[in-house]
Design a protein around this ligand. Structure first.
Ligand code: ZN
Length: 162
């Protein structure tokens, strides 16, 4: 199979910047190119889709709508939890990000929106929910995944092993 462009089942190395409302939120500049295996949900779907067909050295601007990024903002995605239900030694304060296990044991992102008396209000929206994401990406490498990477569905470079 010809793997000289971005397609499912290829390991892509990319440099990128992410702007929201004209503000730089994230960039590969500090930590080097991001490497990921396509086709396994390793990056947000709208970005991956927007990169299909890119070759090494190619740059592209990809605008991702909320639905294809971190979701629409959900006004209902709040939950008030009594302070007593948090671990005693936890520093419960506004802005704290935590993972909450639901009934099935699935971890879910949440952050503390506000604290009123004994009630802690959790917000389950991702910080970038409802935002249009403006990526500038450059493909700096493409390679075949190893058998093990394909089995796991993610790359094993950069010291990541499990
Ligand atoms: Zn693995």
């Amino acid at each position: 199979m010809n793997k000289d462009s971005v397609q499912n089942g290829v390991v892509v190395s990319m440099e990128y910047t992410l702007h929201v409302d004209g503000e730089l939120l994230d960039s590969s500049a500090g930590h080097g190119p991001l490497e990921f295996l396509t086709g396994y949900g390793n990056i947000i779907p709208g970005l991956e889709r927007g990169m299909i067909g890119m070759k090494v050295g190619e740059s592209r601007e990809v605008v991702v709508a909320p639905a294809d990024g971190y979701g629409e903002y959900d006004e209902e995605a709040y939950l008030d939890v009594p302070r007593a239900q948090f671990p005693r030694d936890m520093q419960v304060e506004e802005g704290l990000e935590l993972t909450v296990r639901d009934d099935s044991g699935q971890g879910r992102y949440a952050r503390i929106e506000s604290i009123e008396g004994d009630l802690v209000r959790l917000n389950f929206n991702h910080p970038l929910a409802g935002d249009e994401l403006h990526f500038k990406v450059k493909v700096v490498g493409l390679r075949e995944p190893t058998e093990e990477e394909l089995t796991h569905g993610h790359v094993h470079s950069g010291g990541h092993h499990h």
